[in-house]
Ligand binder design. Structure first.
Ligand SMILES: C[S@@+](CC[C@H](N)C(=O)[O-])C[C@H]1O[C@@H](n2cnc3c(N)ncnc32)[C@H](O)[C@@H]1O
Length: 267
């Protein structure tokens, strides 16, 4: 969904984010996986004070109430999503909807559980950095870690009539999401990691000894050892592709006003 007419910048940004973020609900596998994660922690959630950071439409807040949370702060920065979540959650007295950036939010009581989903297809390329600037310290963060994995394939194996090997060669230096179907291409090696409180925003990855002329990157979200969501299986996070131009590349993420900038270079 794209807005095609000229609008004042702030109006455009808020509506554009609204349209981007509601499209994640087309990915039912993602939402179901998160709800399963919450249910797996029902004992901790029952009676707890919870924060649903970037609550979107408020589905996770609703589930936290169902699981017996004593209070749920549903915090959302986007004015349209905040309004939609407030309508949806109005029936639950345990929920306090807050229209604020999560970095500015200062709850009046200690927080037991934080739930979030700020992951981009390249891990740090959406809003994950906001969790580094919280003004409160939750006892449990769901989920608590993620890895951007990499793999190598041969372009000839995955190319089709539209995205031919000649087209792929033109994409030097560009990280392109959804260029091909993931098929059963395995995620082979870790590239960048995130754990709550431990952000790794710049890496150099060495591909020496690995075969293939096409690099792909895909997200895996974990809680502890348990795999919650994976690129390809959850369409919200497609693989990201680029032609291989060497054995080493640098990937760097810089927080920006909206999301994060991604810097990528072959060394
Ligand atoms: C990927 S969506 C996830 C929505 C919801 N948690 C879910 O998974 O269904 C990320 C949400 O976080 C919100 N958001 C992004 N940055 C934020 C921030 N700094 N503070 C609060 N909300 C934020 C976005 O507007 C969006 O609704």
């Amino acid at each position: 969904m794209d807005i095609l007419n000229v609008l004042p910048e702030a109006t455009f940004a808020a509506l554009d984010d609204l349209l981007t973020f509601i499209s994640i609900y087309d990915d039912r596998a993602r939402t179901r996986a998160y709800l399963r994660l919450l249910r797996a922690h029902r004992r901790t959630i029952a009676g707890a004070v919870c924060v649903d950071a970037g609550c979107g439409m408020g589905y996770f807040s609703e589930e936290l109430v169902r699981l017996g949370a004593r209070r749920v702060y549903a915090v959302e920065a986007n004015p349209h999503l905040y309004a939609l979540a407030s309508e949806r959650l109005a029936a639950y007295p345990e929920v306090v909807c807050v229209h604020q950036e999560i970095q500015q939010f200062e709850p009046e009581e200690p927080v037991d559980v934080l739930v979030h989903e700020f992951f981009g297809p390249l891990l740090y390329d959406e809003d994950l950095h906001v969790l580094e600037a919280l003004r409160f310290r939750p006892r449990l963060v769901l989920p608590d870690r993620a890895v951007l994995m990499g793999g190598l394939a041969w372009t000839e194996q995955v190319a089709d009539e539209t995205v031919t090997p000649a087209v792929v060669r033109r994409l030097e230096g560009a990280l392109v999401s959804g260029l091909f179907d993931e098929g059963d291409l395995p995620l082979q090696f870790p590239v960048v990691r995130w754990a709550f409180g431990q952000a790794e925003r710049e890496v150099v990855c060495d591909l020496s000894g690995r075969e293939g002329d096409l690099l792909y990157l895909g997200l895996q979200i974990y809680h502890g050892d348990r795999l919650i969501c994976q690129a390809g299986r959850c369409p919200n996070w497609p693989y990201v592709w680029t032609p291989r131009m060497g054995d080493r590349f640098r990937l760097r993420f810089a927080p920006a006003e909206r999301g994060a900038e991604v810097h990528f270079a072959w060394l």
